[in-house]
Each structure stands twice: as C-alpha cells, then as structure tokens.
Write a protein that binds this ligand. Structure first.
Ligand code: NAD
Length: 258
C-alpha cells in the first residue's frame, strides 16, 4: 500500500506544489485547505491524475485544535499511519506591532505555529511505531530574520523553526526526520496583497510591484517557484536525506545571505 502524505494548506500555492511532487513520487496524498467545491474537485482530480492512488481531502480548519484532533484521529484509524507530514498551511497579515489586531495575532499563531505542533504530536506515535517518518515544516525566511510590519508571522515562523529542531532531536534515532524549509518570496495568493499594496503605493503595475518586492530583499530578483519547493520536499522524503534533520533550509535567492 502507498505511504500516506498529509500536506496541510494544499488547495493552492506552495502546498499544492508539494502535493504534486509527492503524488508523482507515489505517495497517497491527503489534501487540506479551503476553496470552493469546484476548486477542490479540480485539485483532487489533478492530484489523482499524477498517482495511481486516489487522494483524500480533509477540509479541517487548522486554527481549531478540536477539529485537528478529530480529523487526524479519523484519518489514522481509517487510512493508517501518516508517513510524511508537511505542515504548510499559513496566513499573513501586515501591521506594525503596536497597531497589530489581537485577533490576527491569535489566528496567525494558531495556524502558522500551533497547528504544526498539533499535527506533529498526533502523527508522531504511529511514525515511531513504524520507525519511519518525514516531517517538513514550511517556515519562511521570516523564521530566520525579521521584516517590519510582520510581528505575528515572524514570531510564528521563528517558533516553527524551534519546533523543528526540538522534534528532530527527540526523533533522531527513530528514522524520523524533521526539517524546516524557509522560502523567500514565492508568487502565491499569500503575497498578492503585498504586491498590490506596493503597486498602489508606487503607482506602478502589479508586475512592477512584484519586481519592487524582489529588488528589496531577494538578490536573485526571481520568485521561488512552488515546483522548486515541492521537489525539495520530495528529496527530504528519500532515504538519501535520512541524515538531514533539524535543519532550516533557505530557498530564498540569497535573501538571508545578506
Ligand atoms: P496560499 O495562500 O496560496 O496557501 C495557503 C493554504 O493554506 C491554502 O490552501 C489555504 O486554503 C490554506 N489555509 C488557510 N487558512 C487555513 C486554515 N485555517 N486551515 C486550513 N488551511 C488553511 O499561500 P502560500 O504562499 O502557498 O503559503 C503556504 C505556506 O508557505 C505558508 O505557511 C506561508 O507562510 C509559507 N511561505 C510563503 C511564502 C510566499 O512568498 N508565498 C514565503 C515563505 C513562506
């Protein structure tokens, strides 16, 4: 039977890129995230076409711990152990720290950090039992460095890098690895508002707004692609990568080298 790979937030963007790569690698993918029924059907049929096994969809809201517990418990009992867990679901909100809405802080910490703790703690026992597991946390360059107006995001992503190291140490002898990937600007819906804001601030086109974001932080002047991130996750799941654990891997066109 195909190994199960749960990718949170995989109805769009980076998570969808990861789901594609893992389906192509032969995993049975469990998709999660929001979207209209039509959009989710189309993601399910695309992922299904890449693999011999039918993908599964769970629409769980990962800001709610009780929903996570229910969903993972049902998944484990109906489908067996999760071999690959990719904690990818995330959101952004920008404002200075002294103006940051408290409910946005709580939501970002819940989704970008606590959800990964909950899925990890719930999936780990079965990974330990089968003596195999690959956990990949999609952090960010903001897990390594800060930027202005992103206090909750930066705090959550630094926390996720910490959770990655702690999990890696506890599982190091068990053929389980836990790593963080730290992408720079990747052109998805998550950064669309920032591109539009930049375009409107500078009275330029959206394309120029995107280039302005890149020129400020990302020396390659190119967006990271979701395919590149998907392929890195696929590599981390191989036996060749068994000694890579506890790492935070920047994929950022040189952003954090500065
Ligand atoms: P995206 O908006 O395209 O995807 C986010 C995914 O999370 C979607 O599938 C969405 O439905 C899902 N989601 C949102 N709220 C959810 C909730 N409450 N419960 C369950 N699922 C939920 O954005 P993306 O850029 O692909 O972001 C994916 C991850 O990559 C995030 O953790 C983000 O912080 C990280 N990241 C993105 C960039 C970038 O430049 N785009 C850079 C570094 C890190």
């Amino acid at each position: 039977m195909e190994k199960l790979a749960l990718v949170t937030g995989s109805t769009s963007g980076i998570g969808l890129g990861v789901a594609r790569s893992l389906a192509e690698a032969g995993y049975r993918v469990v998709l999660n995230g929001f979207g209209t029924p039509d959009a989710i059907d189309s993601v399910l049929s695309e992922i299904g076409s890449l693999s011999s096994s039918e993908p599964i969809y769970i629409g769980t809201d990962l800001t709610n711990v009780f929903s996570i517990e229910k969903a993972i418990s049902e998944l484990l009992s109906s489908e067996g152990p999760v071999s690959v867990l990719v904690n990818n679901a995330g959101m952004q909100y920008t404002a200075p720290v002294d103006e940051f809405p408290v409910e946005k802080w709580d939501q970002i910490i819940a989704l970008n950090l606590s959800a990964a703790f909950h899925t990890t703690r719930l999936c780990l026992p079965a990974m330990k039992e089968q003596r195999f597991g690959r956990i990949v946390n999609i952090a960010s360059v903001h897990g390594l460095v800060a930027s202005i107006n992103k206090p909750a995001y930066v705090a959550a992503k630094h926390g996720l890098v910490g959770l990655t190291k702690a999990t890696a140490l506890e599982t190091a002898e068990l053929n389980i690895t836990c790593n963080a990937i730290c992408p720079g600007w990747t052109h998805t819906s998550l950064i669309q508002t920032q591109i539009e804001q930049r375009a409107s601030d500078l009275n330029i086109s959206e394309e120029e707004g995107g280039r302005a974001l890149l020129s400020e932080k990302q020396p390659s002047q190119q967006f990271v692609t979701t395919d590149q991130l998907g392929e890195l996750v696929r590599f981390l799941c191989t036996d060749v990568a068994s000694q890579i654990t506890g790492a935070s891997l920047p994929v950022d066109g040189g952003w954090t080298a500065q």
